[in-house]
Write a protein that binds this ligand. Structure first.
Ligand code: G1P
Length: 295
């Protein structure tokens, strides 16, 4: 059984859908309740046993790198003030020294390009990729579920979810040959097909476990959908030699790359919190009551 030790987090995107908020802060620093988006992906990776965290960043992402520093002065002030709850909140974000690495993507050439830039840091072992925009609320982290399934089935593995046919052009879509419980075996995959061209409605969600052979495919990749270097195309090119599985994770996925999805995720995670639940329910009831008169 191979231990998955390393994870790549592509975080170079500009976050234009969140302008003007993202004019001066990276999208990954927007708070979902009280944790920045990136923390959800990092926590999921830590829970899955990841030890090395590789961020593919870009210009303007300084706040994201700073976020992982130890805030020594702040911690001292909180200690002096006896604010133990706040100290604990910081403690939960502490990463082991040397566990984080940042590579820079100078040109936004697509997800495939971003993952390729992590090659030197990943080396010759299977690794995970997490797209922080996809936030998954689950009893057991989605990546943990995948790591367990991957231990018994080598090959590339992508998280999957059923989507409405009208939405296939927002996703990588699998052409499934065989289904076995949560696992499916792909005979092809295509990035962002139109609904009438899509081989199925089984969509890729932003969690991957990839064999190192992917780097050879990424090196030889031509532009795909949207003129970008697509990770989906590289996985597809490796399909016959390495095999590709879809893993239908247990959990609920929020598309936090869209404002709609971000707001819904905020509500869902706030409702999960014992300290916020009751007041939020009461508030939403007053706002959504059918007889409410809007002036
Ligand atoms: C990326 C992948 C796509 C996948 C999606 C999941 O697309 O290219 O295959 O289905 O993430 O969120 P993006 O949403 O970055 O355009």
């Amino acid at each position: 059984m191979t231990h998955i030790r390393k994870a790549v987090f592509p975080v170079a995107g500009m976050g234009t859908r969140f302008l003007p908020a993202t004019k001066s802060i990276p999208k990954e620093m927007l708070p979902l309740v009280d944790r920045p988006l990136i923390q959800y992906a990092v926590d999921e990776a830590r829970a899955a046993g990841i030890e090395e965290f590789i961020f593919v960043t870009a210009a303007g992402k300084g706040a994201l790198e700073d976020y992982f520093d130890t805030a020594a002065a702040l911690e001292q002030r909180l200690t002096d003030a006896g604010k133990t709850d706040a100290l604990e909140a910081l403690e939960r974000t502490r990463m082991p020294e040397g566990a984080l690495a940042f590579v820079r993507q100078n040109n936004p050439k697509g997800l495939g390009h971003a993952v390729r830039l992590a090659q030197r840091l990943v080396g010759d072992e299977p690794f995970a990729v997490l797209l922080p925009d996809d936030v998954i609320r689950a009893p057991q982290g989605a990546l943990s579920q995948m790591v367990a399934a991957h231990a018994e089935n080598r090959g590339h593995m992508v998280a999957t979810m059923e989507v409405p046919r009208a939405k296939t052009s927002s996703y990588g879509i699998l052409d499934v040959s065989r289904q076995n419980g949560r696992l499916s075996f792909a005979k092809g995959m295509v990035e962002k097909p139109q609904p009438d061209q899509a081989p199925s409605t089984n969509a890729i969600i932003g969690r991957y476990i990839l064999e190192p052979s992917i780097f050879g495919r990424l090196a030889n990749l031509g532009p795909g959908a949207g003129g970008e270097l697509q990770l989906t195309d590289a996985i597809n090119a490796d399909l016959k030699e390495v095999g590709v599985m879809g893993f239908q994770f247990e959990g609920e996925r929020f598309d936090c790359g869209s404002v709609q999805g971000f707001v819904q995720a905020t509500a869902a995670f706030a409702l999960d919190r014992a300290d916020l639940h009751a007041e939020l329910v009461a508030f939403l009831r007053t706002r959504t009551a059918p007889l409410r008169q809007v002036a």
